[in-house]
Design a binder for this molecule. Structure first.
Ligand code: MLT
Ligand code: ZN
Length: 476
């Protein structure tokens, strides 16, 4: 007689508890369960899972994926829950598989210039650990004090230093991944170069937990730059700052950071910032250089002169560690402070070709004027990556208000694509951008992506409903 499978979700909590032990399960009635139904995205809803499983090893992660595949229960992988697009939200219910307890730095090897880590390691913790040994892990998402390396790899996170050093993908050499069904796959390498086979590692990075669950990473490290210095160019308005960035990009200077913050962003953090921004700042260009200590003064002078030529009202240098730390505390505060200060913050991270930065800034202004919705724009402008935030204190639960906010975001998406840009430079698609993907990608490209997803997850149980939209019916 054929075995009858239990009716999936009714028994999944008990089965997982039996397999992994009660200490691994945040189940029904637990005060923390609701936390696993939220992330940092601008969605007012929350999506409670049946349970969250806090795995401590690859084998445990694989066991969860085996059990859930057998019972056809959806699984949503989760790192630190700091994602901004709903990628970690269990929208289909089922199980959240959290890697938050997998926090071991297994190895830091100065000879090979690699670190081997578990996915739950907090990015800032890894950075401090490698820096103690004279090494450097460049990717620096603004949430580095609480986001985790597994989530960074899942979203291919960027950050200010991506301008010189590139994004997370460029630092992931090897991966261990638990697949739906329970198979454990090790791919990649720990060598500086390597071209054997297809690049599965690059294929997993940025898939937002839809292909597999990352359980270990081999990361590339660099020697730590011996010195760094920060310069702030103060401009009259965001258009002047944008033009200055465009001109700086054409010059021979190679800073590690080239960031922008508009007046709204700066004014919003003044009260909380340790760094005192000048009162006349209509926009700030934040530039950071690194290299040999003796080259710092020369580079800062060059940048200062260039900013003067490009119309800066003022140029301020931050060289002392405490002062630089204050600048960065202020920069990283922008996003959380806007979230705290407004009832609705629809934050986008569009990316346009570098030659289109000024035009994109003008178009965002236009959308704001046309819709009457306030914006704050900041971010990694040197990469063309602008965090355009639509802000409101209206009722976030009101469908009409939400529709209006997302319609404004859609206008920005349309302008972005018209300028040759992309909907997301670093935050990912998750849930919030999924239904706008057709603005950027043809149905053919989307269809190949759907096929790719099904190769790893034929039952469509792993983080279903994320990253790419379902195929459109002919009538749509
Ligand atoms: C940042 O650069 O501050 C982050 O990506 C956060 C955000 O865009 O809101
Ligand atoms: Zn960012």
């Amino acid at each position: 007689m054929a075995a009858v499978l239990p009716s999936a979700s009714s028994s999944i909590v008990g089965v997982l508890e039996k397999e992994l032990g009660a200490a691994a399960i945040v189940g029904p009635g637990h005060e923390r369960l609701d936390d696993y139904g939220r992330d940092e995205s601008p969605l007012p809803e929350f999506f409670p899972p049946e349970c969250a499983v806090l795995v401590e090893s690859t084998e445990q992660a694989a066991a969860v994926l085996r059990i859930c595949a057998e019972r056809k229960v959806p699984v949503t992988p989760r790192g630190a829950g700091s994602g901004m697009c709903g990628g970690a939200l269990p929208i289909a219910g089922g199980v959240v598989l959290s890697t938050e307890r997998m926090q071991r730095i297994k190895e830091i090897d100065p000879a090979d210039l690699v670190a081997v880590v578990e996915p739950g390691v907090v990015t800032g913790v890894l950075q401090a650990a490698v820096e103690e040994q004279g090494l450097f892990y460049p990717p620096d998402p603004a949430s580095l004090e609480f986001c985790s390396i597994g989530g960074n790899a899942a979203t291919n996170a960027g950050g200010p230093r991506a301008f010189k050093y590139g994004v997370t993908r460029e630092y992931v050499l090897g991966l261990e991944v638990a697949l739906m069904g329970g198979e454990i796959l090790r791919c990649g390498r720990r060598t500086a170069k390597g071209v054997t086979g297809y690049d599965l590692v690059a294929g997993f990075v940025g898939t937002e937990g839809t292909f597999g669950v990352i359980t270990e990473l081999v990361l590339k490290l660099l020697p730590r730059p011996p010195a760094a210095a920060t310069v702030l160019g103060v401009f009259a308005d965001v258009a002047a700052a944008g033009s200055a960035i465009t001109m700086l990009l054409r010059g021979g200077l190679r800073p590690r950071v080239l960031e922008l913050a508009d007046k709204h962003s700066i004014d919003h953090i003044r009260a909380k910032s340790r760094y005192r921004f000048p009162e006349n700042a209509g926009a700030i260009v934040l530039i950071e250089v690194d290299g040999e200590p003796e080259s710092m003064t020369m580079m800062m002078e060059q940048i200062g002169m260039r900013c003067d030529e490009l119309g800066a009202l003022d140029v301020l240098a931050a060289t002392e560690p405490a002062e630089r730390a204050a600048v960065w505390q202020a920069r990283r505060l922008i996003s959380p402070a806007l979230k705290e200060g407004y009832r609705i913050k629809v934050n986008e991270d569009i990316c346009v070709p570098r030659g289109k930065i000024v035009e994109m800034l003008a178009r965002i202004d236009r959308v704001s004027a046309e819709t009457g919705i306030a914006t704050a724009v900041f971010g990694h402008a040197g990469d063309g990556n602008l965090h355009c935030n639509f802000l409101s204190n209206e009722d976030p639960e009101d469908p009409a208000v939400r529709k209006k906010m997302w319609a404004a975001a859609e206008q920005v998406f349309i302008h972005t694509v018209a300028l040759g840009g992309t909907l997301s430079g670093e935050h990912g698609v998750g849930l919030t951008k999924r239904d706008y993907m057709h603005l950027e990608m043809s149905e053919q490209v989307l269809e190949w992506q759907r096929r790719w997803k099904l190769m790893w997850d034929p039952q469509n149980l792993l983080n279903p409903g994320k990253k790419i939209p379902a195929a459109r019916r002919c009538s749509e």
